[in-house]
Design a protein. Structure first.
Length: 623
């Protein structure tokens, strides 16, 4: 059997900025201690992450299964087989990062450091091709900034991650050359430069040598502090100066003695093109498929390599300006929904199938949608949040942000709607959300018949995923009364398949020796559990037993639990009516009270975060 393990590594520089771990080595090892594999496989990677010592590295050398390098995006692929002495079991995953990582100038002497991430028990998914049968598993991990920035500091790598936006509209500005400087007593140091991409982002990498230069080679007046940073911004195509910060800015509290990971937002006056592009780009933080890539979704509508189904109120995000700035015509948009679907990456579902409309179909609008903010700079700065309301939609579900702004100013007695007509007094800041959709209206939760712990859920009663398709429409209004419109290029954007689930799990737990009303029985000899777990998007399941003094603290296993990181659609259910709690023949339970916790995690995501676990607990006293 061939095993194909695909993954991706990245590191957070700060909360809203990450980078791929490009060209680093990834190593897989057999677990060093077989008795702790189950416990380590369910542990949080943020708790197991650490630098590997020389002593650990020597001990791990004989356990190495395979090694590969990541590509420019931080992605990697292992192809394992019996030749690698591997047959699908758990493994440890480490990576090796050298001091040449993202260095402007590679070091003369290469130093490498190894870091342990976690232990993984893959949930392999078998696929058959014309060539062979292989099992697949996908995984990704982004190192928290507190660890990743420490690693970069260890490698003497400093980075500025920033974004350049236009004042008032808050739109990203591509093609801007950002030059960073450090304020010094004797002379200012040029740290480095970079050009913004289409999203307005830039990154500048440098080393401590760039901000510790003086006219005296032996003197470093910065040590041990960081640089004091200010910027100059140029139009990279014409070399026109767009913004020049005074060097005194480098002594502000938010710019002085910056750490090796520094994130910044730079705002400049910028003449935008006549019309800013309109587009639907994501559901929450997941980028929707386009004409050449499925991006963060798969063909049947699961999100990310973890294969999340979406749940609850989801946010459809992107960009639609208030108006065409060249002719002042308003722009409006709407979203239509279909229960007829097709695979993502295939021709779009036909427009006649979209007979549900957010803002028109009752209760489909999810509410609480922050469209953006209005900001005033004079005579005092004021920021006003603008939310979409059900009354802002017209009879056919079209939304004009200008109506939401006017309603906001009309409803607030401290604001004057007439001020909206004063040129350059109030400015619009787009916050990316376009609308919210309450998926529970389309796919309501199903009431499950009661199941006794230890019994199987009847196949006819088992939870099923549902799918929907969404279509985006956007147009410039010439004369609405006469039905005169210009439909914009993004009109008709369609996502063919989004997997939805709003069901709770079946999570049942019982202590067999307490059955029949004996909840307060003192137990001795053997103790058995009965449990039943089920969900269409089952990610993990575990049972923990610990004594009140924590002298006994263990996870039980029966071949199904402990389940972790499952992405296999076929693994949705398990039941056991006689799971032994104590070890035999040597009993590991002591005289004490015990807490038993059955925890089930579903692969459900709102677009901005995963849904928490479902937990059932039981207690018993052992003598």
């Amino acid at each position: 059997m061939n095993y194909i393990f695909k993954g991706r590594l990245c590191g957070f520089l700060c909360n809203d900025c990450s980078e791929p771990l490009a060209n680093v080595k990834v190593r897989l090892y057999k677990p060093s201690r077989a008795e702790t594999v189950t416990l380590l496989a369910v542990a949080d990677a943020n708790q197991t992450f650490h630098q590997v010592t020389e002593e650990e590295l020597k001990a791990k050398q004989k356990l190495l299964i395979a090694e590969v390098s990541t590509d420019a995006s931080g992605s990697f692929t292992f192809q394992l087989s019996e030749k690698d002495k591997y047959s699908g079991e758990a493994f440890e995953i480490d990576f090796v990062c050298g001091n040449n990582f993202n260095k402007p100038i590679p070091p003369r002497k290469l130093e490498e450091f190894q870091f342990h991430i976690t232990t993984i028990q893959p949930q392999w998914r078998e696929k058959t091709s014309e060539q062979a049968i292989a099992s697949y598993f996908g995984w990704e991990y982004c190192i928290p900034s507190k660890w990743w920035c420490q690693i970069l500091r260890l490698l003497d790598l400093w980075v500025i991650c920033g974004r350049v936006l236009s004042q008032g509209t808050n739109q990203p500005i591509p093609g801007v050359r950002v030059e960073a400087f450090d304020v010094d007593l004797l002379q200012d140091d040029a740290i480095g430069s970079n050009v913004t991409d289409t999203s307005g982002h830039f990154r500048i990498y440098y080393t401590s040598a760039e901000f510790s230069k003086t006219i005296f080679s032996w003197l470093n007046i910065e040590w041990p502090a960081g640089p004091d940073i200010y910027f100059k911004l140029y139009d990279n195509a014409t070399n026109t100066l767009l913004l020049e910060e005074d060097r005194s800015v480098g002594h502000r509290a938010d710019r002085e003695n910056r750490s090796n990971c520094f994130c910044v937002r730079l705002v400049i006056d910028f003449n935008e093109p006549p019309s800013t592009v309109s587009a639907w780009t994501s559901i929450g933080n997941f980028t929707i498929p386009d004409g050449s890539s499925l991006n963060d979704f798969d063909a049947i509508g699961f999100a990310s390599p973890a294969r999340y189904a979406l749940t609850g109120v989801i946010t459809l995000a992107g960009q639609v300006p208030r108006k065409n700035t060249s002719n002042n015509r308003p722009i409006e948009y709407r979203f239509k929904v279909s229960t007829v679907t097709a695979d993502n990456g295939t021709p779009a579902v036909g427009e006649p199938n979209f007979n549900l409309i957010i803002g028109k179909t009752p209760d489909l609008f999810g509410g609480d949608c922050l469209l953006g903010k209005m900001i005033r700079f004079s005579p005092t700065i004021r920021i006003v949040k603008v939310y979409a309301a059900a009354t802002d939609f017209d009879a056919e579900g079209w939304l004009d942000v200008n109506k939401s702004i006017l309603r906001t100013f009309t409803d607030d007695p401290t604001l004057n709607p007439a001020d909206l007509n004063i040129l350059n007094l109030w400015h619009w800041v787009d916050d990316d959300p376009l609308i919210t959709l309450d998926t529970k209206i389309l796919v309501p939760s199903v009431a499950m018949p009661p199941v006794t712990a230890g019994n199987a859920v009847p196949i006819a009663n088992r939870i099923q995923n549902k799918k929907i398709a969404i279509r985006f429409e956007v147009r410039e209004v010439i004369n609405k009364a006469l039905n005169q419109f210009v439909y914009l290029p993004a009109n008709g954007q369609t996502m063919n398949s989004i997997t939805i689930n709003n069901d709770a799990s079946v999570v049942q737990l019982a202590i067999n020796e307490q059955s029949g009303g004996g909840d307060c029985n003192l137990l001795g000899s053997n103790v058995h559990l009965s449990y039943t777990v089920h969900h269409a998007d089952l990610q993990s399941a575990s049972i923990n037993v610990h004594s009140n003094d924590l002298a006994v603290n263990k996870y039980l296993s029966d071949g199904f639990i402990t389940l972790s990181g499952n992405t296999n659609d076929a693994i949705t259910h398990h039941n056991n009516n006689s799971l032994l709690v104590n070890n035999t023949p040597v009993n590991d339970l002591k005289k004490c009270s015990y807490l038993v916790t059955l925890s089930v995690q579903r692969r459900l995501h709102t677009g901005y975060g995963i849904v928490g676990p479902e937990i059932v607990q039981k207690t018993f006293c052992y003598q």
